[in-house]
Design a protein around this ligand. Structure first.
Ligand code: SAM
Length: 386
C-alpha cells in the first residue's frame, strides 16, 4: 500500500480525523479480528471501514447501535474499541452470528473445552438421532453418516444456548474444502458443485466427514487472532432479533448509530443463507425474505419507519452513520444514500441534519464481482441529530 495510510490494529491513541477510503482499502483478513471470519455473510461491511467510523463518530464508553447488524461487524468492532454494542437483525442467521461473536469465550482453551464437551454428546447421541424430518434439498448436501451428527449438534447447541459454537458450526457447514461438512459446495450461497467435482472422479470428496476434527479445527482458526483487548471480559452488549421498525430501546439513550441497512432489495439475505437458516429452525426462507425490508414496493415506507426509530432512540447531538451502495435498476443508478438522507430529514422533522455523504469511489473488486444488482461503490451518509 505505497503512499496510502496504513490502518494497523490500532489503539485509541492512533489519531484519525477524517473519512479517507485509503484507510480501509486492501485486504483486512490478516489485520482484523479472526472472529469476523466465523461464517460468511452477503453484504458484509469491511471491518477496516467500521473501525474508522467508530473512532470518528464515538468515544470510548459510548453506546453504538446497529439496527441491521448482519454478521455483526459493527458490534464486534464496537466492543473491541471499548464501546457498548447494541445490535439487532431480523434474520436468525444474523442474530446467531452476531451473538456468537460477542459471546466468544475469552481464550482458545476454554472454547476448545466447550467444543469437546458438545462433541462428546453429539457422538453419544448421533447414532439414534432422528433425521426423518430433514428435507431432500438439505439431505443432498451431506453424507448420510455426517448428517445425524450435524442435526444432533445444532439441537444440543440450541438447548445449551451456545451461540459461539453454533456460529462456528454454521461457518463449516458448506464449502468444497476438506475442513467443511458438506459434499463439495460453494461457501457463500449453498450450491452443490457436482458438475465441477463429479463423484466418479472425486470419490474422496463424497466420503463421511466427521464433525469432531472439523469443529475443533474451526475453533482453533477462530482464535488465530481474536484481537482481544484487556476489556473483553468486561465488554457490554445486547442483541435482539426483531424488526428495525420497532426497537426495544428507550428514547434518546443511544450515543451513535452505525449501520448498513438493506438497499432497495439488492440482496436476498434469507435465500442466500437458506441452508444455514434451515439448521437454525427457519425452514421458510421465502417468508423471511418477504418480511425483511427488501422489495422495491416496501423499501421506502419501511425505511421511513426505521429512520424514525433511529431518530427516536438517538441522543441529541448523536451521529447516525449509514453505509449504503447505489443500486442499478433498468439501466439507472439509484443513489440510496441521498434518498435516505432526504427521507431521514423529512421523517425526523428536521432533527436529522445531513453532515456529509462521503463517496468511496475506489471499487472493492472482491465485492463487486459477486454482486450483480449493486454498484461497486459505497457511500457513507453521515447525519447528526440536532
Ligand atoms: C447490508 S446487511 C448488514 C450487513 C452487516 N453490516 C455486516 O457487516 O454483516 C442488512 C441486514 O439487514 C437485515 N434486515 C433487513 N430488513 C430488516 C428489518 N426490517 N429489520 C431488521 N433487520 C433487517 C438483513 O437481515 C441483513 O442482515
Amino acid at each position: 500500500m505505497s503512499g496510502a495510510v496504513q490502518l494497523s490494529m490500532f489503539g485509541e491513541a492512533e489519531s484519525i480525523d477524517t473519512l479517507d477510503a485509503r484507510l480501509w482499502h486492501g485486504s483486512f483478513n490478516a489485520r482484523e479480528s479472526s472472529f469476523h471470519q466465523l461464517s460468511p455473510y452477503v453484504g458484509k461491511l469491511k471491518s477496516g471501514m467500521v473501525r474508522v467510523l467508530i473512532r470518528l463518530y464515538s468515544k470510548p464508553g459510548d453506546s453504538i447501535l446497529d439496527p441491521f447488524s448482519g454478521s455483526g461487524v459493527v458490534p464486534l468492532e464496537a466492543v473491541l474499541a471499548g464501546r457498548e454494542a447494541l445490535a439487532n437483525d431480523l434474520s436468525p442467521y444474523a442474530y446467531t452470528l452476531t451473538r456468537g461473536k460477542l459471546e466468544a469465550p475469552g481464550n482458545e482453551k476454554q472454547a476448545l473445552e466447550q467444543a469437546r464437551s458438545v462433541i462428546e454428546k453429539v457422538e453419544e447421541e448421533a447414532s439414534h438421532e432422528d433425521v426423518t424430518h430433514v428435507p431432500e434439498w438439505v439431505r443432498e448436501f451431506f453424507h448420510p453418516q455426517t448428517l445425524p451428527e450435524i442435526v444432533a449438534a445444532f439441537r444440543i447447541l440450541k438447548k445449551e444456548e451456545e451461540f459461539f459454537l453454533t456460529a462456528c458450526l454454521l461457518g463449516i457447514l458448506h464449502h468444497q474444502r476438506p475442513g467443511f461438512l458438506s459434499y463439495p459446495a460453494s461457501h457463500l450461497v449453498p450450491y452443490l458443485r457436482r458438475t465441477k467435482y463429479p463423484p466418479e472422479e472425486y470419490p474422496g470428496m463424497y466420503l463421511y466427514r466427521d464433525l469432531r476434527s472439523r469443529l475443533l479445527a474451526k475453533v482453533q482458526r477462530a482464535y488465530r487472532n481474536p484481537a482481544f483487548t484487556d476489556d473483553w471480559a468486561s465488554r457490554e452488549y445486547r442483541v435482539w432479533q426483531t424488526n428495525a421498525m420497532k426497537l426495544p430501546i428507550e428514547d434518546g439513550t443511544i450515543d451513535t448509530i452505525i449501520s448498513s441497512p438493506p438497499y432497495f432489495g439488492a440482496l436476498d439475505y434469507a435465500r442466500d443463507n437458506r441452508l444455514r437458516l434451515w439448521f437454525l429452525g427457519c425452514d421458510k426462507w421465502k417468508a423471511l425474505d418477504a418480511s425483511l425490508t427488501a422489495s422495491q414496493k416496501v423499501y421506502l415506507p419501511q425505511m421511513a419507519t426505521c429512520l424514525k426509530e433511529m431518530d427516536r432512540v438517538l441522543k441529541l447531538g448523536g451521529y447516525c452513520v449509514l453505509v449504503l451502495g447505489d443500486v442499478e435498476r433498468d439501466g439507472k443508478s439509484r443513489r440510496t444514500a441521498e434518498i435516505l438522507g432526504e427521507l431521514a430529514v423529512e421523517v425526523s422533522e428536521g432533527r436529522f441534519v445531513v453532515e456529509t455523504i462521503y463517496n468511496d469511489l475506489i471499487p472493492d473488486e472482491r465485492r463487486s464481482r459477486r454482486r450483480t444488482r449493486t454498484t461497486k461503490f459505497e457511500r457513507v451518509l453521515v447525519m447528526r441529530k440536532r
